[in-house]
Design a protein around this ligand. Structure first.
Ligand code: ATP
Ligand code: MG
Length: 567
């Protein structure tokens, strides 16, 4: 079960990290300063889970008058790529955050980190170990039973310094030796059983090239990066809670500035995957159009879909920060998107799956313009003229030949309101030889011109339309959930996560939009009346408009929230 309802209640004002930081500032810890960091590993594009971390890191710094660093945590040369670095910078900026002069590479600290490792050796707190990875598994033991000490644990400081220097100089092949912290082989916390600090890796690094064949592990590097930069509060996801004793041990052993690490629950969302590895596989296997596919939870995907940074930030604030892993209902994100777009998106009319309606009593070759509201939520947005003529396109599912009684749209003999134009009654149907409806005919009431009811008669249904002669052709890409399974963090044993891909996550239809959208530029957003919010896709070229549906208009979150709140 998604726990987003309780998150909604817990979110907002006083999440626990805000309280901790506020208390530290009040107590004058770190001199009252707040310095945070967002430390992505440049091995993929950012997703909405990262947005939560970015929002937390930057908003805490902002709120408490501090600064937030953007740091490439580039300690693993094998999976990292220059391509991702610029993309990450761009995405953080797009989200609305500014790191000022504080952009760093962890790899710029390699020399200092190496020095720190030598210092640990000199203090007899680290040693070079020749056990293979296989052997080490054996020695390390399991949490319930103490491990055994490595036979290399008693090497002299001198020998360790010598071997470590030779590891650096490239004398040994990958995997031949590692540097370990000398902590406690009986610790119930497996991460304290002489963890690896350095490993040999003859790999070219995107930033330091061939300068190193010795790379620090995450655990050794991360606390040092935070310390070197004078970070005060280091936020990370819950899985690092068990690493915190090691974070603390290293900084204490070296007597360095000691930031406070605080863990929070990562964001998981229903019907999607959030790990960079899986996202990469979806892209590599061409199951989506690319990193910016609008179905992906990547920031690029969300942006292409039409989601604004404001909606994402509001979503993060609403979800809040907790200590418990849970699954956030994607409907909550969609709710934030609708609230945001409702305020800012101009309205227009478009028809996704067209059916021609001929107004028999409207003169051929004649046209007139009706005033349409650009945004009922924002009177200052004004109005625009929408052309009307004898032949219109309406939505195919706004007509039924044999409607049930509670159907208020068009049907033989029934009357509906054409938004902004007037009242029309269906007077006939034309079918193609195969028997499917290809055109309907109607009569309009000229006294209803502009959409008024002339004699106060009740007309329940209102439908949208475009004038066939004036309409611009458009492609609509309609998205549904990428996965059919609600909880993708918990795929059953023996099943491949790809088995749950929704084969109908993208549906493409060719329709029409009103002529005011002729010059719509890539990235602009509209509400197409009655059918949803749409963003103009970058694939748009002159003469070919492509729209991505950002979200439909129906808000399942709002409804669910209303039924949850006490009457
Ligand atoms: P992934 O699991 O997608 O590979 P990662 O943790 O390896 O993510 P990093 O580049 O190391 O990716 O992440 C940078 C920061 O973003 C880290 O502080 C990490 O804790 C945080 N982060 C990553 N995923 C999430 C998430 N789903 N929710 C909140 N924070 C996240
Ligand atoms: Mg990581």
């Amino acid at each position: 079960m998604p726990e987003s309802s309780s998150q909604l209640l817990a979110g907002g004002g006083g999440h626990f990290i805000r309280q901790i930081v506020a208390e530290d500032v009040r107590a004058g810890r770190f001199g009252g300063a707040v310095r945070t960091r967002f430390p992505p590993e440049p091995n993929g594009y950012l997703h909405i889970g990262h947005a939560k971390a970015i929002w937390l890191d930057f908003s805490m710094a902002q709120e408490f008058g501090g600064v937030c660093h953007l740091r490439m945590d580039d300690t693993n040369p094998v999976t990292e790529d220059e391509e991702y670095i610029e993309a990450i910078r761009e995405d953080v900026r797009w989200l609305g955050y500014d790191w000022g002069p504080h952009f760093y590479y962890a790899s710029d600290y390699f020399e200092r980190m190496y020095e720190c490792a030598c210092e640990l050796i000199r203090r007899d707190l680290a040693y070079v170990c020749d056990l293979s990875a296989e052997e080490w598994k054996e020695y390390r033991g399991v949490p319930t039973r103490p491990g055994r000490e490595s036979p290399f644990r008693r090497r002299s400081v001198q020998e360790n310094l010598d071997l470590f220097a030779r590891m650096r100089s490239g004398e040994f092949p990958d995997g031949a030796r590692v540097l370990r912290a000398k902590i406690d082989m009986a610790s119930p916390n497996i991460h304290l059983r002489d963890p690896v600090l350095y490993r040999i890796l003859h790999a070219r690094h995107p930033h330091t090239a061939d300068a190193w064949c010795l790379y620090p592990t995450y655990d050794f590097a991360h606390c040092l990066e935070d310390s070197f930069e004078g970070i005060t509060h280091s936020f990370c996801t819950l899985e690092f809670e068990v690493h915190r004793p090691l974070y603390d041990w290293i900084l204490e052993a070296l007597g360095l500035h000691h930031p406070r690490q605080i863990e929070f629950a990562r964001l998981n969302m229903t019907y999607t995957v959030m790990s960079k590895r899986r996202l990469l596989e979806l892209v590599r296997e061409k199951r989506v159009r690319g990193w910016d596919d609008p179905r992906l939870p990547t920031l690029r995907g969300l942006r292409r879909r039409g989601v604004t940074p404001e909606a994402i930030r509001t979503f993060c604030e609403t979800v809040g920060v907790t200590k418990f892993n849970s699954l956030t209902d994607v409907a909550l994100l969609e709710h934030a998107i609708r609230e945001d777009l409702n305020r800012r998106a101009p309205r227009a009319m478009g028809v996704l799956e067209p059916l021609k309606l001929v107004i028999e009593n409207y003169p051929e070759g004649h046209e007139e313009y009706f005033e349409a509201l650009n945004n009922p939520e924002d009177p200052s947005a004004g109005t625009r003229p929408v052309p009307f003529s004898r032949e219109l396109f309406i939505e195919r599912d706004d007509f039924l030949e044999n409607p049930p009684p509670n159907y208020y749209r068009l049907a033989p003999g029934r009357e509906v309101r054409l938004r902004y134009a007037g009242l029309v009654t269906c007077t006939g149907i034309a079918k193609d030889p195969a028997g499917s409806i290809c055109e309907i005919r109607g009569q309009w009431d000229p006294a209803s011109r502009g959409g008024i009811s002339p004699d106060g008669r009740k007309v329940k249904g209102t439908i949208h339309w475009v004038s066939a002669r004036h309409a611009i052709p458009a492609e609509f890409r309609l998205y549904d959930r990428l996965f059919l399974r609600e909880d993708m963090t918990d795929v059953p044993e023996g099943r491949d996560w790809r088995d749950f891909l929704n084969p109908e996550s993208e549906r493409i239809v060719q329709g029409w939009v009103e002529p005011s959208l002729a010059a719509a530029v890539s990235g602009s957003r509209y509400q197409l009346e009655r059918i949803g919010y749409f963003a103009v896709d970058p694939d748009t070229q002159s003469g070919r408009l492509v729209f991505n549906r950002t979200v439909t208009l129906k808000d399942s979150w709002k409804k669910a929230a209303a039924s949850r709140s006490p009457a």
